[in-house]
Design a binder for this molecule. Structure first.
Ligand SMILES: NC(=O)c1ccc[n+]([C@@H]2O[C@H](COP(=O)([O-])OP(=O)(O)OC[C@H]3O[C@@H](n4cnc5c(N)ncnc54)[C@H](O)[C@@H]3O)[C@@H](O)[C@H]2O)c1
Ligand SMILES: [Zn+2]
Length: 365
């Protein structure tokens, strides 16, 4: 069984296919979607390679006569850099990848972002196939944002490069470390809050704390991804409604950086969603009851909703750096209700400080 979610964004049309045991069929799946090439390079990281996911993809391509090669990078966000991208360009050249070849990003969001960036720029762009292997990457693999980090902040250099196909093999998620599963649930819950009440309430009633029944996981991922697909379809280049996807990310990115990446992306986003809910409650836009529902759903999945040991002053310094163009009124995506997230452009430092105090029991500003 597999589920197909069509993606229409800008002038691009592609499919997200979610199902079990798809890696071994990737060659024929792509062929069936009219995506053909003589050469393909699989880009992956050491962990994903160790579990055999990249070699499954390579074998499946070789089985239909594609000349393939695998590039393995070290895992982790600290390798999502221009230096990693540059080493890939050299390896692509020595393999001899031509402009009509394919790049397949087989891994989590880090591999998807950096391999996607390489696909966007190598010889001014080659076709990209996203093959997400983390739960979180149901999010990052759709929508075409690719890029790398600079030492100052994350994702500062990048491009829009839509994939030709996204193929998410639910069976590959079975090897995910528990902490990575939990992190991915933060983005699933975020998508429920943004645009799928049924999904959110289902997660509230029955938290999905670990990989379980593959058919249920397939259904959950298809629902969460459909929310992202709807939002990016309206606004490919992130000028208006796409900002809704930033729910939890404005504070979350600052928290992630200030923790020195001790908190992973999903954990930081969970804290961000909680803090941003508190801002919305304080401004009278979200009820306390719904805010509590959001926090308890995150917590029931094992996600953090408070910020032990982090200093609000350092978080605010990072936010100021991030938002320097907006002076003292900041733009946030805030929850008004489940299924109703809006862009608000007058959040102040005091709002953030008070939200922080509410969640940590410190004095209000
Ligand atoms: N482009 C976008 O729109 C977008 C959206 C959200 C997040 N992101 C980016 O995504 C990144 C986070 O993604 P992530 O959480 O997937 O991180 P990740 O790619 O670092 O993967 C997390 C860990 O899981 C390992 N792993 C991956 N698949 C595995 C598997 N099947 N079995 C065992 N281990 C596996 C990886 O090696 C890594 O150690 C961040 O860089 C973030 O900025 C991008
Ligand atoms: Zn995210």
């Amino acid at each position: 069984m597999s589920t197909i979610v069509p993606v229409n964004v800008g002038t691009s049309r592609y499919q997200l296919t979610v199902g079990s045991h798809l890696l071994a069929q990737i060659g024929t799946l792509l062929d069936g979607q009219g995506i053909r090439a003589n050469q393909a390079v699989v880009i992956t990281d050491e962990n994903v390679a160790r579990f055999g996911h990249a070699s499954a993809v390579l074998s499946s391509l070789q089985a239909i006569g594609v000349h393939g090669h695998v590039i393995v990078i070290p895992p982790g966000d600290k390798h999502k850099t221009l230096a990693t991208a540059e080493s890939m360009y050299h390896e692509l050249l020595s393999f001899g990848l031509r402009r009509n070849g394919l790049i397949l990003a087989v891994g989590g969001g880090v591999v998807g972002d950096v391999a996607g960036f390489v696909a966007a720029t190598y010889q001014r762009g080659v076709r990209l196939i996203q093959v997400p292997t983390t739960l979180l990457a149901h999010d990052s693999s759709i929508g075409g944002k690719v890029g790398v980090n600079l030492s100052e902040a994350k994702n500062l250099v990048g491009a829009f490069h839509q994939p030709r196909a996204v193929i998410l093999d639910v069976a590959a998620l079975a090897t995910l470390p528990p902490r990575e599963w939990t992190a991915g649930m933060a983005e699933v819950i975020k998508h429920g809050i943004i645009g799928d009440k049924t999904l959110f309430h289902k997660l509230h009633a029955r938290p999905v704390v670990a990989f379980s029944n593959p058919d249920d996981v397939e259904c959950m991922i298809a629902q969460a991804a459909a929310v992202k697909v709807r939002v990016v379809a309206d606004d490919e280049r992130d000028f208006k409604t796409r900002m809704k996807l930033n729910l939890g990310h404005t504070i979350g990115h600052a928290v992630e950086k200030v923790s020195n990446y001790a908190l992973n992306h999903g954990e930081a986003i969970s804290i961000g969603i909680r803090m941003e809910s508190e801002i919305a409650v304080a401004r009278g836009w979200l009820t306390r009851g719904t805010s509590d529902l959001i926090s308890s759903t995150l917590a029931a999945h094992g996600l953090p909703v408070t910020t032990p040991g982090l200093s609000i002053d350092t978080v605010l310094d990072t936010l100021r750096l991030d938002k320097k163009h907006e002076y003292d009124h900041w733009t946030f995506a805030l929850p008004f209700d489940i299924g109703d997230v809006r862009i608000v452009d007058d959040v102040t430092e005091v709002d953030v400080r008070n939200a922080w105090a509410m969640s940590t029991g410190e004095e209000r500003a």
